[in-house]
Write a protein of this length. Structure first.
Length: 278
């Protein structure tokens, strides 16, 4: 596919869940490329502080991705700040509760789907029309290897990320020949608060900066999917071709129940308490 080039020097980028972790690392990576970056986060004070730390090419705003009006206000403020249309949207905001499926609460399940799935839908529905009018633009949805590979203890999180992978792929097909691209980035286990206290088990650990570099790279490659690290993406795709009995043996040998049995509950509680308050 050939898409109109987006020059990041002077481009306007909006990132959700940008006050910490992958979002903040991605904001820093785009600023380093000369872009102007709007950081949106449920924690407004932290978003503003994070943006201040990035200099005059960044600005922080309150953003609740589960509220379409809040998302629209965020994108509107970003455009007004620069007096220019949005070039790149990064749907990064996400939550990851863990534990056995039958132990999870309906309220936290709903939150997971609202943030991880509807947050992405809201962003795309708000940003894409303007991009289509200009015949250029790029959306990056942060999914997960958990959107390709089921993991015990993360059933609803798995469901939400499978949804993002499918949403991205189908929308990308609909936008063929429009000049507007939609890409998914699929991280392995990332060393952030979201996965704190969980033994990574069979997934290799990566840093937020690794994901940020992959996100920025998609602006040039416009790749449909980018796994980080790449070989894990190939392994996840190949896993679907392995007979289930064989895969069960492999998973058992790799002790693949980390999100249930190998958890530092004291460390994990800090993160779970924060999302409980949402």
């Amino acid at each position: 596919m050939s898409y109109p080039r987006i020059d990041l020097n002077g481009a306007l980028v909006a990132i959700t869940g940008a006050a910490r972790g992958i979002g903040l690392a991605t904001a820093a990576a785009f600023v380093a490329e000369g872009a102007y970056v709007a950081l949106g986060d449920l924690d407004e004070a932290m978003a503003v502080q994070a943006a201040d730390g990035l200099g005059d090419r960044a600005v922080g705003h309150a953003l609740d991705v589960t509220d379409k009006a809040s998302y629209a206000a965020f994108l509107g403020a970003a455009a007004a700040w620069r007096g220019a249309p949005l070039d790149v949207l990064v749907n990064n905001a996400g939550v990851m509760p863990n534990g056995p499926f039958l132990d999870q609460s309906d309220r936290i399940d709903q939150l997971t789907m609202d943030v991880n799935v509807y947050g992405v839908i809201h962003g795309m529905r708000l940003a894409l029309p303007g991009m289509l009018e200009r015949d250029r633009g790029h959306v990056v949805n942060i999914a997960s290897l958990a959107g390709k590979f089921p993991i015990k203890g993360l059933a609803v999180y798995n469901a939400s990320k499978y949804a993002v992978v499918g949403l991205t792929a189908a929308t990308r097909l609909e936008l063929d020949d429009t000049g507007v691209s939609v890409s998914a980035v699929l991280p392995s286990a990332v060393r952030t608060e979201l996965s704190s206290g969980i033994d990574y088990g069979i997934l290799p650990a990566v840093d937020p900066e690794d994901i940020a570099a992959a996100v920025v790279r998609t602006v040039e490659t416009r790749a449909a999917e980018t796994a980080v690290p790449g070989y894990v993406g190939m392994a996840a795709n190949a896993a679907g071709l392995v007979p289930e009995p064989v895969m069960r043996l492999l998973r058992r040998a790799a002790n693949d129940d980390a999100a249930i049995t190998r958890v530092d509950h004291a460390t994990r509680r800090v993160y779970l308490d924060r999302i409980e308050k949402q």
